[in-house]
Write a protein that binds this ligand. Sequence first.
Ligand SMILES: [Zn+2]
Ligand SMILES: [Zn+2]
Length: 85
Amino acid sequence: MGYCIKCGERWKAKRLCHCTACHRNFGGIFGFDLHRRGMKCNDPEDFGMVMKNGIWQRTMSEEYKNKLRKLSRDTKSKTLGAGQG
Ligand SMILES: [Zn+2]
Ligand SMILES: [Zn+2]
């Protein structure tokens, strides 16, 4: 939940990040950080983000989602160690 004193925007979603510099809404801190590359506001579109219902979100292909799912499963079942490095 938050409130921007500059533009008067209010939002309820906890995870929503509103940039008080460019007054864009982001679906999460990751997207917010991404657009703040170099300590300035960048166009989220440059980072492959899209705006939905006034909120900038990262787009994830199904392929990428599946990859992440697989990865988290692998790291759980595998034991780390064996001569890497
Ligand atoms: Zn910004
Ligand atoms: Zn604002």
